[in-house]
Design a protein around this ligand. Sequence first.
Ligand code: NAP
Ligand code: MG
Length: 504
Amino acid sequence: MSGLLTEPTAEILAFMARSHRLFIDGIWVDPGSDRLIEVENPATEETIAQLHAASLADLDRAVAAARAALDGPWGRMPPAMRAKLLYRLADLMEAAALDLGQLSTLENGMPLWMSMDKLAAFCPELVRYYAGWCTKIAGDTLSAVPIRGESDDWLVYTLRQPIGVVGAIIPWNAPASMITLKAAPALAAGCTMVLKPAEMTPLLAIRFTELIEEAGFPAGVFNLVQGYGDDIGDGIARHPGIDKVAFTGSTAVGKAIVRAAADDLKRVSLELGGKSPVIVCADADLDVAAPSAAAACFFLSGQNCMAGTRLFVEESIAEEFEERLVAAAKTFVVGDGFAPGTMIGPLISAKQLARVKSFIDEADNAGARRVFGGNIPDQKGHFVAPAVFADVTPDMRLAQEEVFGPVLAVQRFRQDNEGELLARVNGTTYGLSGSVWTRDISRALRLAKHVDSGQVGVNAHAAVSPETPFGGNKQSGWGREFGREGLDAYLKTKAVSVNLGPHL
Ligand code: NAP
Ligand code: MG
């Protein structure tokens, strides 16, 4: 953590203070709406930037530009050239990591070391991973004989083609990862994009878009429309010129998007909320499991879709493990993302802090045992100390609903009743992530098989990599991001059946 900035650079302060525009058809343009977006630093409650939102007319222009690019030079560009642009983008992101890192910390609150190490370093690799796919997109040649009888000689093959214009809508909790996860696979597949960042975190998206411009992507391939969910987000979901909506955010908004997209049946992929289980068996390496379980919940101040917020610990070690969790929780120093030693930053907003507090108060009143944290310091910034609740029962709101804050709910289980354990583990509407901690290989793989979620870690939580598909079961989402499936989500298959005529 040494050698990091302890305050924003003059360059980044100047960047934030300037007037901000939309990026449409390769040109920076003034937003058409009077609605103002005020960007707050959640650690200081200061307004760090102001910008006007895009209007629905701006959105129309962005969609038209994205369509024209698809029908123009971008659509005809050889895959190797698309790859080259993406590799160049990855290099530019690396070179601009200090800008992207600072902006992410300033608008989101996460510690600067995390913005720099985990996100700025991870994102260029994700872009390179998808750049590599550009030249490997391929259909199949099939040994099919269609049953029409006109001919006994056929050539049947499939083409994999870009879905078209993608409308991407992303949340505020990890600005760099979210924008990369949408742009990299979509552009690798040959799609074009109109992106709406979260209203609370539009700044990193603007700097990222400058890098897209610098990399030399043709006009209209990537368009940025900063705006509000209730008009630009909803407008994307309804827009007849958009072929697919790629959404990450809350389950409630995901459902609204599906309804809005139903009129023209556009494709929708959804990465939604979670309430992920962490199962700790008595034979686990507790020296590793306890700090890892705390990190699984408190990482990003709990504002993390894959957070391990429900911990199931075997009864025989429960008391000792709860003490270890408390010791681990104490190491999560809460503070300004620029302060040396900060492990977790503030929550994103006063509203989010009030929501998290309501969960803590309700858990107190419902009879859960608060063994650590949850206090709100009397200072500027939306800070809350990480909280550990023991004796949580499955009916409590804390055991069922996503808090999106650093609040861990501990339940106990008995080794001799795995069926009952799994019923509780799978007894929520979510199914995003999860982990199993044990040295017993059969037990680990058995539990991993039966946890109803898109990914499960064994002696690890949220082991995300560019190659590994990620996404939710149940109300945690539709589809997968990352890996080959993440690319497939932006491709459609066309089958071509060629009648070669009768044998002569
Ligand atoms: P959110 O309120 O659902 O907002 C997400 C995005 O949707 C924002 O850009 C928002 O715009 C926009 N939006 C709001 N209302 C809309 C509408 N009616 N139509 C279209 N778009 C609309 O979520 P959030 O509070 O920002 O983020 C937290 C949630 O994201 C959590 O539930 C978390 O689990 C989930 N998440 C999931 C993943 C995953 O990969 N599964 C990853 C990260 C986060 P505004 O900013 O203007 O509201
Ligand atoms: Mg919101």
